[in-house]
Structure formats: C-alpha cells, structure tokens
Design a protein around this ligand. Structure first.
Ligand SMILES: Cc1ncc(COP(=O)(O)O)c(C=O)c1O
Length: 368
C-alpha cells in the first residue's frame, strides 16, 4: 500500500514502508554499529556486482549520482589523461560536461538517441586518437531507456588498454552486471535507484590496483575518490558528515533486495511491470520511441499521440490529480514522455496507472 503517489519516474523512486522506517534512528557517524553497517553495505555491493574477491572496492560518496560520476572523473584522470565519452543521451552528455567543467581533456563518440552505441565505432575512435586514456559510457541511458552494450565496450577497452568507467545509475541492482567479467574498472550507481533506497549518496565500485595508482590526481577535496576509500578503509568512517539515515535505509533496501531473490528476482518484477505497461499502452494506442530490442525494462519513452487534443501538460496534471506521477521526455528530436517501471511498484500499480491513463484520454477527448 502506498501512502504517497506511486512514482513512475527514473528516481527518486517509490520505496517500501520498511525502508522509510529504517531511518527512524539517530546514529552517530563514529558509532560502532554505524561503522559496521557501512562495512557490510560495501561488502554487499561487491557481491551484487559479482566482484567479491575479484580485486574491487566499494566506495560510498555523499551526494547524488552525478557527484559520484564527478568524483570518479575528477579523481582518476592523470594530468595528461584524456577521456572518450560514448554519448547517445543526456547522461553521456553530462559526463562530457563534467570533464569540461574540470578542464579535463575529453572527446565524444556520438550515436543517435534512439540507437545503442556501436562498439566497433568506439574502437575506431580509439584507434584514431591514441592519446585517449579513459572511456566513459552509460549502461541504461535513462534519457530514453535504452541499454548500451557494456560488455562489448569492456572488450574494446581491454583491447586498447583503456580504463573503462560505466554509469550504471539506473540499472545496477536490476540488471546483472558482473563488473570483473565485463571488464569494467569503475562503476557508479546511486542509493535511490534499483536498490530502492532513498537519495543521499552514490557508490563507486573500483578496481583496487587502478584506484591505488591515482594518488595526487584528484581535483577536488570532497569528491576525492582515493581519499574517500582510504578513510573508509582506515577507520571505517566518512571524511565528512555521512548521510546516516540514507545509509540505514539502504541497508534495509539491500535486505529487501535479497529477500526478492537478489538481482534476478528484482529483474523479473521490473520486467513484468514493463511488459504489462507496454502491452497496455499499445492497446490504448501509444507507440514507444525505441525499438523493443534496444529497450530496457527500467523506463520507457512513449511518443506523444498524434491527436489535436493531446497536450502533455494537461495529461500529466490529470494523471497527477488521479494519484500517479509520470515523467516528461528528455530526447531532443522527438516529443515523448517517460514512464518508469522501477522502484517498489507491482503489477497492480501498473494496472491502476493504465486505468488512469485510459480515463485521462477519455476526459481529454483523445481517441487513438
Ligand atoms: C544514467 C544516469 N546517470 C546519471 C544520473 C544522475 O543522477 P543524479 O540525478 O542522482 O545526480 C541519472 C539520474 O537519473 C541517470 O539515470
């Protein structure tokens, strides 16, 4: 049962009552219990990435997902380093903006927003510019909902001897990502996406042997990945005030993920939500922006229907009035809106949303 409107968005997401209740405590940042919880969370994150005993470290970083990405880019790039970012949406573009803001040399290999990246084109870009040292790519481009072929990009990065960072913000926890097997050196995700915690921190999974070679590279005091890791390793503490309540919520969220049979169980629920949503939306006359084969079960972009009475602002407001929160589009070349199928949402929620959309179309006199 929800006490707030269900969030069919890319995050923050609807969380369980028990995740919210886990925050009803005040733990000090030096409390032994808190330090133990942080250690257990770090261990569990490695397990989720199938990376325990594979030479990886999990580092929690205060702030939203973008802070985690900025911490990695700003902390692991040597003074003469250069990035190649794989761009087919707003989040690939954002990595490029971060590098620019930090005055780090960067180039982009760009693909259309409705197509996954092509690994061989990335290989050609690397071949063209041997000064590139690092590659950054987004796994689920939440802009549209498409999935990029990270495993193939991992092979390309390995072939050219480049460091690979993956933004797995909206996929980690719901899509299996074996970081070591896929050749990912740094992965970034956040507390309030598919693990179903609350906002407050991001986390980085980093290959230890690479991380330890980045001494002196950080361009920020607070977003210093190596220093953050050393702090957590030395005394289990954050260097600056930790988001204690968000961490307590996250521990409960991880327990609930485990109770759902881990990543495969969560993937099955989200996939079911997605399949119900798309079948229902098609029956109502909507069309998806992406080809089904490129589409994840995380979030789906739907084109505005071709009807003079359709107005997204009114559609959104009316649905909101009926108790459902959807999301505007983000693609630059097509009029779309998005519906997320992640978070503590079940088939009944999707069914109720579809009923509300049907009613809304009738009220707007949109016949499709
Ligand atoms: C793929 C991806 N990268 C980065 C971000 C940015 O995360 P945040 O808004 O938590 O900074 C998001 C947020 O939705 C995302 O989906």
């Amino acid at each position: 049962m929800h006490t707030d409107k269900p969030l069919f968005t890319p995050g923050p997401l609807t969380t369980s009552l028990t995740v919210k209740q886990a925050m009803l405590r005040d733990l000090g940042s030096r409390d032994f219990e808190f330090i133990r919880i942080v250690r257990e969370i770090r261990q569990e994150l490695l397990r989720l990435a199938e990376a325990d005993d594979r030479g990886y470290e999990a580092i929690l970083m205060q702030g939203s997902g973008t802070f985690g990405i900025e911490a990695v880019i700003g902390s692991i790039t040597p003074p003469d380093g250069k990035w190649l970012f794989v761009v087919n949406g707003a989040y690939g573009q954002r990595m490029l903006q971060i590098a620019k803001a930090l005055r780090i040399d960067a180039a982009a290999v760009t693909f259309p927003e409705n197509r996954p990246a092509v690994a061989e084109a990335v290989a050609m870009a690397l071949d063209h510019d041997p000064t590139i040292t690092h590659v950054g790519a987004v796994h689920c481009e939440t802009t549209t909902g498409l999935l990029n072929p990270i495993q193939e990009l991992g092979q390309i990065a390995a072939r050219f001897g480049k460091v690979l960072m993956v933004d797995a913000m909206s996929s980690f926890g719901a899509v299996p990502i074996p970081v070591a097997d896929w050749g990912i050196h740094y992965l970034v995700s956040s507390a309030n996406k598919c693990i179903e915690g609350v906002p407050g921190f991001s986390f980085v999974l980093a290959r230890r042997d690479m991380l330890t070679q980045t001494n002196g590279y950080a361009r920020s005091l607070s977003l210093n990945l190596l220093a953050q890791w050393r702090g957590l390793e030395n005394d289990g503490q954050f260097r600056f005030t930790p988001p204690t309540h968000a961490i307590l919520a996250f521990r409960q969220a991880l327990a609930e993920l485990e109770a759902e049979d881990g990543v495969p169980g969560r993937a099955a629920r989200y996939r079911h939500n997605y399949e119900m949503l798309v079948a229902g939306m098609r029956a109502l006359g909507f069309a998806e922006y992406l080809r089904p084969e490129d589409q994840s079960y995380i979030i789906t972009s739907f084109r505005y229907p071709d009807h003079p009475n359709f107005d997204f602002g009114r559609f959104y407001e009316t649905l909101n009035g009926k108790g459902f929160v959807i999301y505007p589009g983000k693609v630059s070349d097509a009029a779309c809106f998005r519906i997320g199928t992640i978070g503590r949402l079940y088939a009944d929620d999707v069914r109720a949303l579809l009923d509300a959309i049907r009613e809304t179309l009738a009220e707007m006199e949109v016949t499709l």
